[in-house]
Structures are given as C-alpha cells and as structure tokens.
Design a protein around this ligand. Sequence first.
Ligand code: FAD
Length: 647
Amino acid sequence: MSTDISRATLVLPLPSELPQTTTTVVAHLEKILRRMPRDHAVALDTGADAGAARADLLAWCGPHLDRGAAAEPTTAPNSDVHDRYFAVRRATGDSAALLAGALLASDLLVQDDLVRHGSTLDADPESMLLGVTSYLTDGKQPPVLDVPWAPADPVAAAHHRWQVGHQRFFVMLQLLAVAVRQVRRATDVAGENEAVRLFAWLCRSSAHAMRYAADFPAELYDEIRVTMVPPTVNVGFSGLQTRDHNELVAQFRTLKRSGTVDRLAPESATALHAAVREMYDAHIWVCDRFGGGSGLSLLMEHTSAGKQESGVASAVKLARQRLTHLRQEPGTPPTARPDAGRFRQRIIADVLRPDTPERVAELIRSANGRRFHPVSTGYNWGLGSRQPVEDGVTVLDLAGLNRIRAVDTRRGYAVIEPGVIQGALARRLDGTDRMLNLTGASQHTSVIGNILDRGVGLHRPRVDDLAGLELVLADGSQVRTGWWPDAGQPAAVWPHGRGPALNQLFTQSDLAVVTAATIRLLPRPEAIRILPFTFRAEALGEAVDLLRTWTAQGLVPPNTKIFNPVAARAHGIADQHLVHVCLTGTRDLVSTLSHLVTRAAYGTPLSPAPASTWCTTPTPGCRTPPTPSSSTRPATRPGRWTPRGDC
Ligand SMILES: Cc1cc2nc3c(=O)[nH]c(=O)nc-3n(C[C@H](O)[C@H](O)[C@H](O)COP(=O)(O)OP(=O)(O)OC[C@H]3O[C@@H](n4cnc5c(N)ncnc54)[C@H](O)[C@@H]3O)c2cc1C
C-alpha cells in the first residue's frame, strides 16, 4: 500500500477511525515536516528552487508516507466506487499520521497543479486553500501565485484538477470532522472558543478547496460529467457517496444531540453556523457554475422521474438540512445577532458591557493585549453590524452608557453618551424650539455611532453636528476634544475651538473609544414638508442632473434623498425611483417653495407623487415669527395638483 503520487492517488484514513482532537494530527505534521528531505515551505514557494523541491518531495511521499494497512471494502459499495473514481485509497492504522501525511501530500499536489495549469479564479487561493499546514503548525504562509489558467491540454488539466481538488476537499472534510469532535470535547470557554475558531478557519479553507476543484472553464465540465456515469461509476453518482462528508454530517448531529450547540456561547454558535454555511455556499457556487441553475444533478436525473429539481435547488435544500443541526435554540442574546450584511461571522472573544466612562477606561487600562471593537448600539447595518474586522476581538458594547447628560436649547447643544438613540433624544426635544438632525435610519440607532460612522442626517452631514468628544485613549487616559460647555464661562457653541481641531481624528477611526459627545441641535423650523416625486429608471441621469441644478440654485436644500425602486417599495411606490425633497422654514416659505418646486418639475421626468402622500409637519415648540397678513401672501399658481392641508 503506498501513496502513489505519480498517479496522484491519495491515502486517507477511514473516517470512523479519525482521532478525537487535532493535537495528534499537528504533532504528526510537525514530525513529518522534520523528516522530509526538502523544506515543505520551499516546495510551496515560488522561488527558483521550488519546482525541484516539489518534485523531490512528491517522489519521497510515496514510499515514506505509507503507514497503514489497506482497509477492507466497506459495506456501502458506492463509497468504494466514489473513492476509486477520485483515486483515494483507504488505510487503517494511525489515523492521525495518515491524515497528516495526506494533508502534506495534497499540499504538494495542489501547488504543483496550480503552478502548471494556473487558475481561473480572481481570489487568492493559496492563503486559504494551501495555508492549512502553516495555520496548524505556525509555519510559513504560502505565497500568492496569480498564474492565469493556460494549460497546454485544457481537458486533461480539468480532469486532473477535478481529481486533485476533490482529494483536497476530502482531506479538509476529515480535518473538519476532527475539529468538530474537538468542539464537543472542550472543557472550558477558552477551549471552546479555540476549537470553534479552528473549525471556522478550516471550513473557509474547505470552501476554497471546493471552488478550487471546479477551477477550470465551465464549458469543460461536460468532458468531466461524461466520465461520472456507468460503467466507470454507479448510476446516479453523487457527492453523497463521500464517506468523509457523511462522517462530518454525523458529527454535526452528535454536536446537536449532545447539547453542545445550545451550550456554546452565542457568538461561537453563530460563527460555527456561518462557517458551515460558507462551505455549503461554495457547493452551491460549483453547482451553479456547471449549469446546475437549470440542469439536474446526476443523482436527480436518476431518481427524479417527473420531479424537476435543479442541481442548485438540491444543493440549497441539502445545505438547509445540514445547517439545522447547527442552529442554536432561540434565546440568543442581542450581541449574537447575525450580521445584517451577511459578512463572514467573526469569532468574538468576549462581549463586555461597561456602563460608565470610568469602567471603559479601567477595561482599556487592564486590556493586557486584548483588542476591542466598540459599538454604540451596533446597528451598523450593511457595514458589518456589530462584527469586528478580525477574529478574536472583544466587543465593547456601550449601549449601557445611555445618559443624556445635558440639553441646552438656548445655545443649541446636547451632551450625550454613546447608547443614546436618536429616538430618545428627539423625544427629549419634543415641544422645544430645537431639534435633532435625524437620519433616515431607525430611531434605535445611536447618535454618536452614526456620527462616528460619518453618517448623513436629513438636514446636513452628521459630522457637522459634532462639537466635542470625550474619549478613552489606548493607554486608558480620558481626554476631551473640541467644544464643551463650561458652566463658569457660557459661550456660543464653537466646535473648532482654538489651535489644531482634533474632533475629526476620531471619526471613522480606531484611535479611541468615545464615551460622550457634545452635539449641536438645529433650530426647529415652523414647518417641515417632505415633497415626494417619482421617476422611471431610464431617467435617472436626467433626474439627478435636474436635482443637482435645483440644489446649486438654492431652490431645494442639499439633503434631497433618492430611493431606488427596492427602497421605494417601503414607501408604497412600485417600480419607480422615489425622490424626497425636504423643505423647512416658516409655513409660508414651505408652502411657497412647494409650489415653486412642483412648478419647476413640470415637463421633466420628475412626477409629483399625489398630494395625499405629502407629509407636512407643523412643529410645536418652534418660536413662530409673525404671520404675514393674507394680503401679503404670495398667490399660489394653480398646478396639476394642490397641496393637502397647508402648513
Ligand atoms: C433603512 C435604513 C436607512 C438608513 N438611513 C441612513 C441615513 O439616512 N443616514 C445614515 O447615516 N445612515 C443610515 N442608515 C445606516 C444606519 O443608520 C447606520 O449604519 C447606523 O446609524 C449605525 O449604527 P449605530 O448607530 O448602531 O452605530 P454602531 O454600529 O454602534 O457604530 C458604528 C461604527 O462606529 C464605531 N463606534 C461606535 N461607537 C463607538 C464608540 N463609542 N467609540 C468608538 N467607535 C465607535 C463602531 O465600531 C462602528 O464601526 C440607514 C440604515 C437603514 C437600514
């Protein structure tokens, strides 16, 4: 029994005999790496010596990685057929050593294939696909190859990739089955986090392995498909015959049944689920790449007399079934909410919820190498929600710092903490002659979070509201920038202060944690009116030009919003773009501007929405200027429609 590299045959242990933890696999990896006659990292490199090192090691692997005895044929003959098709041989013996040897041999085969044939994918396959050995042994990361697909014999190269790629995937499935066992066996939270982190990383690498197996022009797949039929293989040949995948799914079931999934910290459970989803997404991608969007899989062709389910639909269904084993029961705390942007779920080391600035400073002073990701309310929808950029980071949830420390409507400022949501501050200002520069997002979003994001309010950019910041710096010191009220010296709000102005250093930045801010409040206008227009998609350019001209000429303020047809649906508009022009001022000014704007829209692609949809808000609390007598009111020009209930 040998690892016959020349024919690219790979020896794998029986999945039922896999070790309980990756520790023994890593120990064997390190042992084999020491024994190898050439440096494995050099063989994966791009240097002048790499090709020769790879050839030497490929030749060495055959006789030297032979450690087990040939396994008996299984009771599931289709699994043997599957193994045979992909040139996999099963051995019994020291499964950790066999798996370590298979990983190293597969590293060489994959790199050799990539160097010789290139890749059709833009992604950098090496770091995730070939980085497994270096990840497990803290070794040198393989370099990015970036060789475009250009084999001399594309059909032969596609066959080779299909085989070597599948072999790589089976190695990964085995590593994953071991990593899942490790999650189940973890005895403390730190061990659990570590095991989940490893599992998630391996899942991502497996997704790359799956894409790599299909990394050849889609039109060549027909050449492959015709080889996966009798007499070469059984009727209805399918990936479900992969015993390594079946073993992994069995481990998922055990994870759920043993209560491990529900016991996991919510962040870990979410990370586990998201990582597996990423792997199944890669499977769906492969099905779709090879025409599975409308065509049937080989298995479906065989079994679905009259039941027309496409390859992609089957893959989606399969993924859903598998993922149910990894779903935590409801009751997950808010910090574990999935990322609304559907980015990869990061592994979160911890979630801390300080409720005073002093506590924030203490946590940072005692960080001892721990990295923090502060969120105010964490509703950074579409931009990562509350996900840190990297794994292993502690989320500093500041929602508990939610005091409105001061409001001065005369000078027009408020001092607020990060957990203050725009709804709360707006309500606090109800009935006063000041208002908040609200955004179009939910009332539950943080005012400070959005300012630090450099969000855009309905009246002006949110950074224009910022007057001063209270910060905890990386050394734990507490400092203030910009303008702050001084009870002894009442002064006008002047964010720029004297000397270098530092406020903006801390927006879209990771230099400090903000524990409070002074923000400016807007004078409340006597009336606010949202004037809606619609236009068809093909008029987008013309509509934008028109709105730009109106803004430049001062007809409308520079805060007009355009909603695409998807967003417009939420406002009851079907299949059209929607424009919201926001007019503010005295009632007469708003009324007059409304008529001027609607008149300017005549004959343009902008159609005024029916007057019944106009939204006009008289604003109690505003200091009302004297109303002009009716004789001085400007005559309104009759338009195609008349505003409902004047301001
Ligand atoms: C339908 C809809 C409409 C929207 N409309 C608008 C709109 O009109 N204008 C607009 O700007 N956005 C809009 N958004 C986006 C959304 O409102 C913002 O993403 C949201 O305000 C940010 O979330 P947050 O306030 O919870 O901030 P968080 O998620 O808490 O924080 C945002 C960012 O700032 C950092 N941060 C937060 N707090 C601190 C702190 N105390 N110290 C240091 N760093 C910190 C975080 O690390 C994060 O990167 C809209 C979203 C939706 C879904």
